[in-house]
Design a binder for this molecule. Structure first.
Ligand code: ADP
Ligand code: MG
Length: 766
């Protein structure tokens, strides 16, 4: 037989039926696919399982000790006979039931067998055995129906060993470390374990893509050994080494992609836009109503320098909510306009885009009224382009943009894909968009209509843990605004346990009345729009859906489907009719037509409304300094960073901000833990780390997060910081020496795989 390699089809090596199932159910077609299908966890042979960790509805393999065995005959004619099971042929009627209880005095699992008379003898109390099946509940007790069994120790010596294939496989694992694979219906652990073993025994030829010098440097094992040991570890040390190697590979592949994107971007030509003395920027600086913070000044200088070079800027500006990123971006835009080019600012929602346009006009004053009567000579025009413009206004806007009359164009992300023609685009500012991935940014740089790639400034108020920043934004240079402008007020956050202390909720409404009495305004945020939403309605209005990790329906401890999440329309009606009947209450959510949204937002900004009941549409960027209070209903339904973002909407003026997190989640549940974390600190970076810890892997990754991401199977952004940093250094070195990686075709292939996947995710997102 020819040498087996990673691309040898599995159907040449295992039975046709099995090969088909692997291909259909898990998309595993080749040796490489199978070997990259890593175990989800490992069991230690003979080590009893913690039954408390079983999840109802999932398949599990349990190592347990038999406590009791009982069986009974149902007789041939009893009322239970068959229970319809016999219908249509197939299964025989149930005549005999054996219940084998395993566990300890704290927790038990009942394994139930039908018509399998021998178990009573084969599993006497005290036997250690492995049971594999789907976990269910029956009369509030954990149960497994007809599990497969492998008897491991048999105190009586009389038990017969059943399920010999499973046992034979189990015993074949050196060191007793048993891989447990993620399964789908129709495939068993044993089948996967057997296939992997078959394949590994054939010693497939596997080339190591990573240069030996790096492996030696980091004391990493070679790839064939790593793949062998990830599936059939000789012991826990070997397993750890295998995991370390595979994690490194994943980190390296991603970092190589980023390093290459960065190098590519750096090598594009760009129009330099140096500062022009006596231009718009100078005029703006001269009239600035406040002093820039030190951070704003420093970052401003860095950006001014970037813009003046002959390669495009690709910079991420991080800064807490309210740290004053907009001014920094505006100053960059003015510098570009001073060089005769245009700048565009992209926001995630129409509401935000409209608000940006409004506040840019305010801040710029006469400088932003270019083309209008009486505007100063050095001035520019701001054009808002959103989907909700009428046909005539849209035509005019497009004309202003194409003629170059609009120096600043504000819109949503759709603006770029709609093929809007710019006279001379020099800078793209992407605001508040941490969900904008590497490939989208790459597209921004490369798919612009004409001329050289524009400079790009990405801004985010979501503090990003370092490893995530390195992974998600690794193609960008980074700047951070750490201080808040002076005069900013602190926000006090309190959890209101609605179930335990209903009176506190009443007090919250009263507090809103007090704030309104002082002439201040308040937000009330709800997770849903209205009663007629589809059950799984999109929560984030920037187009991403509710994070299932944070969906309390997936959290057995929260008061889940008992009550649907509170809705804006419902809460607004309740407040208008009840506790806030004497206040002016407005409603804002994504189902309003865009014009309406805008009207409501303007009315609130102008102080014509006291209270705004809204969805997360106000999550980012909304800036009404007179709003001092926010009440978040069903707060456990939001993620940590989302809550932090939301509360950043208050305390933007001189009065201190108050944020109340109303929740029925009982103390001690994960939902409550998130709220407590948010209440405990206003340090966004601390929260970002907490968020990472409380979420499961992968969900922080934005575009690379898709469940089946092959790029990050073993790597953990939380745990593997050191590996990621190492890989980042290596990637920079490799790309610096050999940008196309001609010398390392294996690495090139790793990179292509990551890019293909990210592009796929990008395309899937439409
Ligand atoms: P964010 O970083 O959240 O986008 P903004 O740019 O919206 O923050 O700024 C928040 C508010 O702070 C705005 O009203 C802005 O005018 C104001 N601001 C920005 N910089 C300063 C400063 N240096 N001193 C005082 N106020 C400032
Ligand atoms: Mg902002």
């Amino acid at each position: 037989m020819a040498q087996i390699g990673l691309d040898t089809p599995l159907k040449e090596l295992v039975g046709a039926r099995t090969a088909n199932r692997l291909a259909d159910k898990l998309e595993l077609a080749t040796v490489g696919d199978l070997l990259r299908y890593y175990p989800r966890k490992y069991d230690q042979r003979g080590k009893l399982t913690d039954l408390a960790k079983l999840v109802v509805g999932e398949r599990a393999t349990v190592w347990g000790r038999v406590l009791t065995v009982t069986d009974r005959d149902l007789g041939f004619k009893g009322p239970h006979q068959g229970r319809g099971r016999g219908k249509g042929g197939g299964r025989p009627p149930v005549r005999h039931i054996t219940n084998v209880v395993i566990g300890d005095s704290n927790r038990q699992l009942t394994c139930t067998f039908f018509n399998q008379y021998h178990w009573r003898k084969a599993l006497p109390p005290g036997t250690d055995a492995m049971f594999s099946g789907k976990v269910s509940t029956f009369r509030d007790k954990l149960q497994m129906s007809s599990p497969t069994v492998a008897v491991l120790s048999d105190p009586s010596g009389v038990g017969e060993r059943d399920d010999n294939a499973a046992l034979e496989i189990i015993e074949s694992f050196p060191g007793g470390v048993i891989p447990v694979y993620p399964l789908v219906e129709g495939l068993t652990q044993t089948v996967l374990q057997q296939c992997v073993r078959t394949v590994l025994d054939l010693r497939p030829a596997i080339e190591d893509p990573v240069p030996e010098v790096l492996l030696a440097d980091h004391k990493l094992i070679d790839l064939p050994t790593a793949l062998q040991d990830i599936h059939r570890p000789r012991n826990h040390d070997h397993l750890a080494k295998a995991q370390e190697r595979l994690r490194y590979d994943e980190a390296l592949a991603v970092q190589l992609v980023l390093a290459r994107r960065k190098a590519e971007a750096r090598n594009f030509p760009a129009e330099p836009c140096p500062r022009v003395p006596g231009g718009l920027l100078d005029a703006f600086d001269a009239n600035l109503p406040f002093e820039l913070t030190e951070g704003q000044r420093e970052v401003g200088e860095t950006i001014a320098h970037d813009l003046a070079t002959i390669h495009p800027m690709n910079r991420l500006l991080q800064g807490e909510v309210g740290s004053g990123k907009t001014v920094v971006a505006l100053r960059a835009m003015l510098q570009v306009i001073d060089s005769g080019r245009q700048a565009v600012m992209l926001a995630p929602t129409e509401v935000l885009a409209a608000q940006h346009a409004r506040s840019l006009r305010d801040v710029l004053g006469p400088l932003g009224r270019g083309g209008e009567l009486g505007a100063p000579a050095a001035s520019t025009a701001i054009t808002l382009l959103t989907g909700s413009l009428g046909a005539k206004a849209r035509k005019q806007a497009l004309l202003n943009i194409a003629s170059g009359q609009a120096g600043i164009v504000v819109g949503t992300h759709a603006l770029l894909s709609e093929g809007v023609f710019f006279a001379n685009l020099g800078l793209i500012v992407v605001d508040e968009q941490h969900r904008f991935g590497v490939e989208q940014r790459h597209a921004l740089r490369t798919k612009h209509p004409a001329g050289n790639p524009p400079h790009v400034l990405v801004m985010t108020a979501t503090p990003i843990p370092r490893t995530v920043a390195m992974t998600v934004f690794g193609d960008l240079d980074t700047s951070t605004l750490t201080q808040l402008p002076r005069g900013r007020s602190p926000i006090g956050t309190t959890v209101v346990p609605a179930a335990e202390k209903p009176a506190w909720v009443e007090r919250a409404w009263q507090r809103i009345r007090e704030e309104a009495g002082k002439g201040h305004q308040a937000y009330v945020v709800c997770p849903k729009i209205g009663d007629d939403d589809a059950e799984d309605s999109t929560l984030f209005e920037d187009g991403t859906t509710f994070d299932p990790e944070l969906d309390p329906r997936a959290d057995p401890d929260t008061p889940d489907a008992k009550r649907p999440p509170l809705a804006v329309t419902q809460v607004a009606a309740m407040l208008r009719d009840g506790p806030l009947s004497d206040l002016r209450v407005g409603v804002l959510h994504g189902r309003l037509v865009p014009g309406e949204k805008d009207e409501v937002m303007s009315a609130f900004a102008a102080g014509e409304l006291d209270v705004l009941v809204a969805t997360t549409v106000i999550e980012v960027g909304v800036d009404v300094p007179n709003a001092t209070m926010m009440v978040i209903m069903d707060a456990e339904r939001f993620g940590i960073s989302q809550l932090h973002q939301l509360r950043g909407r208050v305390g933007r003026g001189h009065a201190p901000g108050i944020c109340l997190l109303v929740s029925e989640a009982p103390a001690g549940t994960p939902g409550r833990a998130r709220l407590d974390a948010v209440a405990a600190t206003t340090d966004g970076f601390e929260l970002a780390e907490a968020d990472l810890e409380l979420r499961r892997e992968g969900n922080v990754l934005g575009t690379a997060q898709a469940g089946r991401s092959t790029a990050l199977r073993q790597l953990s952004l939380l745990r593997d910081r050191e590996i990621i940093e190492r890989a980042r250094g290596d990637a920079a070195g490799l790309v610096g020496d050999d940008p196309n990686m001609a010398r390392w075709p294996g690495l090139g292939a790793m990179v292509s795989a990551v890019i293909a996947e990210q592009e796929q995710v990008y395309l899937d997102k439409g």
